[in-house]
Design a protein around this ligand. Structure first.
Ligand code: BGC
Length: 733
């Protein structure tokens, strides 16, 4: 620091270009490279065409986060982190730009495929495991996009207007957990504003909350192009502008320091964090990339996908496919699968294996027809007729359907969750001639499945990565028993979704009017039927839950539950633990996910699964106190195989909060006052026993009306102001 000139400091707080930190040759400070993330490396070499984001080195394309989240498996996400860290180390990267941990607030959000879930607990747990894996390999991460970046349209300027409690309990909670549990090297701020202030210039977000409250020690970089006013950003707590704007970036900062609009101490703080990031994460030899075992990574990608796929429907055990089944394979997506998202997470895949390639290899007698075109929505009656014909003579039909890439990407939002009409029609037509139709879905986010009742089987494979073909067949054929659970709700209609009335409605303001009631928190409370619930997913076997035991200890609740595999195949079940707050008199969801355990069982085997629930599981964020609060009283602990399939439940009584001393004043409600232990004695002393005695009658509407008045209105019952004052004085001791 002491050897740097002002110009050099100014250079360091902006990227040298899109991927490198600045070079200070005079001091031997080499540039450090970063690359996307999060489902494989997108390392761009030389000076690629900036608009060709798909031009990058070859790398293994792992499943997108929309799919990996369905594994509900911390260990697998940790292993994914290790794999990515290994690749990034070999490629001499200092920082991997991921994971993305924003919540899926609306199924229309263009980037949902890159995010994990609608539930903050699930996101936080999986992302923390992933981050630990990457960083254990000596590569830093950039956890993005901080914060409340839940739509793509006008993402550079739109303001996410969110109330404090919702921010804390949902949109900030994912980042809070990852910061506190996994110590990420860097955080990437989002493009959008929050309640009117751009994230890149948001002091409350970048300094007060992130550093002062959560204790974050790493660096904050901007999302690419998110800096509107670099001086304001540095003051607010941003350390690195990405990418840099060359001389202009340097001039801006030098001028600001010289004219006093930026304190050199603020610049120094950012510079020191950039230097520390380079010191901590710069690979030892930053020149030569090393080979690594891409085939082993491909196999891991396959395994991760198979352990994440969600079996949505399996009527009459249509799956797994039997050895002798005569198969018809229908759908362009079998030959040209959607296996990854579009935009900055796009990977130049090492070895794509399509479903059709795999099926052709293992079942050469299977018939294939395209059925629809991916490039046009036109309904091709001839193609449908051909598919129907093929389906008629097949034992089982596998239709590959999904959301086309041209309609779903980073950078813009969707306008519909419907599959193209040519696919929906095809599915309807084929299911009329064959009772054994299985639809395999490839999509980045929840879609509508109006034909769900007409097909026998459904397998959600999201964007499964480069091993999509092998992984899909592994599950269809029963080599792997599916164990994934939906990490987002599939609504019946777009109109049913909690943010339907406001999402993308306004160019500038994105108003989070649904507040806390997002995802299953909304459907649960509204008793709104959905197509598939959060946490839902079938298996080729069945599980039985018994014997829930709960124990409240000093500062947490511990529990055990027995789970038995009651079917005839080995399988894994995700035991979901939800907490319902019966106590606090606040707006609240019916229940929220508070823990989960994935357990593998052979047929007939029973295991006792243990879990812990910490104080946060029972807390709500009280904006008045600017703190988390647990209230004394009863809470439900619910054990589910999904959020709507609760198998066992019990209640715990918590008394963790210090005894609340209620302060009585003129605004205290008479009903609340009457509930106090010392009330009877106090009214006696003031000579008001008779007046208040009448109010105890629950059958008298007038009594109920008076109880629902504050003390100051007791004058309407004929009580003098002097007596009210006296009563308050006595009650307050
Ligand atoms: C994306 C980031 C990404 C960056 C670099 C931005 O457009 O929002 O997620 O890391 O580009 O490619």
């Amino acid at each position: 620091m002491s050897q740097l000139t002002l110009e050099e400091k100014a250079a360091l707080v902006s990227g040298k270009d899109s991927w490198y930190t600045a070079t200070i040759d005079r001091l031997g400070l080499a540039p450090m490279m970063m690359s996307d993330g999060p489902s494989g490396l997108r390392k761009q070499l030389g000076t690629p065409d900036q608009t060709d984001i798909n031009e990058s080195i070859e790398a293994v394309c792992f499943p997108a986060s929309a799919l990996t989240a369905c594994s509900f498996d911390r260990e697998q996400l940790n292993q994914l982190g290790h794999q990515l860290g290994t690749a990034a180390t070999a490629e001499k990267l200092g920082v991997l730009l991921g994971p993305g941990i924003n919540l899926k607030r609306s199924p229309l959000a263009g980037r949902n495929f890159e995010y994990f879930s609608e539930d903050p607990y699930l996101v936080g747990e999986l992302a923390a495991a992933y981050v630990k894996g990457v960083q254990a390999e000596g590569v830093g991460v950039s956890v993005k996009h901080f914060a409340a970046n839940n739509r793509e349209n006008r993402r550079f300027t739109s303001s996410s207007n969110v109330d404090e409690r919702t921010l804390r309990e949902l949109y900030l909670a994912t980042f809070e957990k990852v910061v506190k549990q996994a110590n990420p090297a860097t955080i990437m701020c989002s493009y959008n504003a929050i309640n009117g202030t751009l994230s890149s210039q948001n002091r409350r977000l970048l300094t007060n909350i992130l550093r002062d409250e959560w204790g974050f020690k790493g660096l904050v970089m901007s999302d690419w192009g998110a800096v509107a006013d670099h001086t304001a950003a540095i003051k607010a707590g941003l350390d690195l502008e990405m990418p840099g704007k060359g001389d202009q970036s340097v001039d801006e900062i030098v001028t600001a320091v010289k004219n006093g609009s930026l304190a050199e101490a603020d610049l120094d703080r950012a510079v020191s964090r950039v230097l520390k990031m380079i010191q901590d994460w710069q690979p030892a030899d930053s020149k030569q990339a090393n080979p690594y075992d891409m085939e082993a990574q491909h196999e891991f990608a396959r395994k991760l996908a198979t352990n994440s796929f969600v079996l949505l429907k399996n009527e009459n055990a249509v799956l797994p496919i039997n050895k002798g089944d005569k198969l018809a394979v229908i759908g362009e997506l079998a030959a040209h699968p959607r296996y990854q998202g579009s935009g900055s997470s796009h990977v130049n895949a090492h070895r794509l294996v399509t479903p059709l390639e795999t099926i052709n290899q293992v079942r050469p007698d299977a018939t294939f027809v395209a059925g629809y075109s991916l490039t046009a929505d036109r309904i091709d009656q001839a193609a449908i007729a051909e598919a129907v014909d093929v389906a008629k003579s097949a034992d089982k039909v596998i239709i590959f359907a999904g959301y086309p890439e041209r309609l779903e990407s980073e950078g813009f939002d969707k306008t519909s969750i419907d599959l193209p009409a040519n696919q929906n029609q095809l599915i309807e037509a084929v299911s009329q001639v064959n009772q054994h139709v299985v639809v395999v879905l490839q999509n980045g986010s929840a879609v509508r499945t109006p034909w769900a009742d007409h097909v026998a089987g459904m397998l959600e494979t999201y964007l499964a990565g480069e091993a999509v073909g092998e992984a899909t067949w592994d599950v269809l054929s029963g080599k792997v028993n599916p164990s994934g659970k939906l990490a987002e709700t599939f609504p019946l209609r777009l109109e049913d979704t909690p943010s339907y009335l406001t999402f993308d409605a306004d160019l500038q303001d994105e108003n989070y009017r649904e507040g806390l009631f997002m995802g299953y928190r909304y459907y649960d409370k509204k008793k709104q039927p959905v197509q598939f619930s959060f946490g839902y997913g079938l298996s080729y076997t069945t599980f039985k839950y018994t014997d829930l035991q709960l124990k409240v200890t000093g500062d947490h609740v511990s529990g055990t539950v027995k789970v038995k595999n009651t079917g005839s195949r080995s399988g894994a079940e995700v035991v979901q633990v939800y907490v319902g707050n019966r106590t606090s008199q606040i707006e609240k969801p019916i229940k929220t996910l508070a823990n989960f355990v994935k357990v593998s069982l052979v047929p007939g085997e029973e295991k006792t699964v243990s879990f812990e629930l910490d104080q946060r599981a029972f807390s709500w964020y009280n904006p008045r106190k600017a703190d988390w609060q647990v209230d004394n009283g009863q809470y439900d602990v619910l054990i589910g195989s999904s959020s709507t399939d609760i198998r066992l439940s019990d209640t715990v009584e918590l008394d963790w909060a210090p005894e609340q001393q209620i302060h009585i004043d003129q605004s205290t409600y008479i009903g609340d006052l009457m509930a106090q232990a010392k009330f009877a004695k106090a009214v006696e002393q003031v000579g008001l026993t008779d007046v208040f005695k009448k109010l105890a009658d629950d059958h008298d509407p007038a009594a109920k009306m008076f109880r629902n008045m504050p003390l100051r209105a007791a004058t309407t019952m004929g009580v003098t102001p002097a007596k009210i004052d006296k009563l308050i004085e006595i009650m307050n001791g």
